[in-house]
Design a protein. Structure first.
Lengths: 112, 117
């Protein structure tokens, strides 16, 4: 029962470097989301997707890009990392607009 | 715009004592409401959810929450706290937007629960 899997779990970047976080779900869910978690701020939505080939901006999309080429995968990219993007990133998926969100275990990113 | 406020950043209770975590939301209609729990180093797990109907909702691990429309609140309760309940708790609201609903949730800032032996 893999559920939602995020890779990598930890990463340290230098300012200006790029990277991609991968989220994979094996539950055939239509809806997928990327959140970032920062102390005292809860979870804030970066981007989301309501189906294969679709993406949309959330609350804090600047500096990030996403792609959903396959239904089971949702990629989050940082083209030029900044220290302000140091955070824990969570991917989540859902089977419907009213359904429970299933979360991955998170990816901790540090930008120096 | 939707928003969620959890007024208590940190709460400490003794094991066996009762617990109430507060959540207030702002939304123009009746929202979907959720409580999630996060243990250290883990993702979030759903405790309970309210969509419609009975305003008192039962969840896992002995938790319950009550939706009070007049107060725009969805407080989480447990009659007797166990040491394993120490974690961070998040309230979340989802919008009812009909055909344009996207399922995305807005989360509160979280409440950290510490349990004293």
């Amino acid at each position: 029962n893999a559920g939602v899997t995020q890779t990598p779990k930890f990463r340290v970047l230098k300012t200006g470097q790029s990277m991609t976080l991968l989220c994979a779900q094996d539950m055939n869910h239509e809806y997928m989301y990327w959140y970032r978690q920062d102390p005292g701020m809860g979870l804030r939505l970066i981007h989301y997707s309501v189906g294969e080939g679709t993406t949309a901006k959330g609350e804090v999309p600047d500096g990030y890009n996403v792609s959903r080429l396959k239904k089971q995968n949702f990629l989050l990219g940082l083209e030029s990392a900044a220290p302000s993007q140091t955070s824990v990133y969570f991917c989540a998926s859902s089977y419907s607009v009213t359904g429970e969100l299933f979360f991955g275990e998170g990816s901790r990113l540090t930008v120096l | 715009a939707q928003s969620v406020t959890q007024p208590d950043i940190h709460i400490t209770v003794s094991e066996g004592a009762s617990l109430e975590l507060r959540c207030n939301y702002s939304y123009g209609a009746t929202p979907y409401l959720f409580w999630y729990v996060q243990s250290p180093g883990q993702g979030l797990q759903l405790l309970l959810k309210y969509f419609s109907g009975d305003t008192l909702v039962q969840g896992i691990k002995g938790f319950e929450a009550e939706f009070k429309r007049s107060q725009s609140s969805f407080n989480l309760r447990k009659p007797s706290v166990h040491w394993s309940d120490a974690a961070e708790y998040f309230c979340a609201v989802g919008a009812r937007l009909g055909s344009s609903n996207t399922g995305k949730l807005i989360f509160g800032q979280g409440t950290t629960l510490q349990v004293k032996p």
